[in-house]
Design a binder for this molecule. Structure first.
Ligand code: ZN
Length: 73
């Protein structure tokens, strides 16, 4: 399968190449699903941006605080 090299890196494993996810349609031809698969960790991402862009920070702070508050009650 063809791989693509980019200036970006996988946010999960740091690999610099990906493959387009292909799906065989009813008539037997391969079609890109619009998703991307990392060649390193094999994770599938809905878009290229999802592949390289770090995940938004988790809301650790608020969940920690509410857990502490719950413990105090
Ligand atoms: Zn990866």
């Amino acid at each position: 399968m063809k791989t693509y090299n980019t200036v970006y890196r996988c946010r999960e494993c740091g690999a610099t190449s990906y493959q387009r996810v292909l799906e065989r349609s009813a008539n037997g031809s391969l079609q890109a699903t619009g998703e991307y698969k990392c060649t390193g960790c094999r994770n599938v991402f809905a878009s290229l941006r999802d592949w390289w862009q770090p995940r938004p920070p988790m809301d650790f702070q608020s969940s920690k605080i509410s857990a502490l508050e719950a413990g105090m009650r």
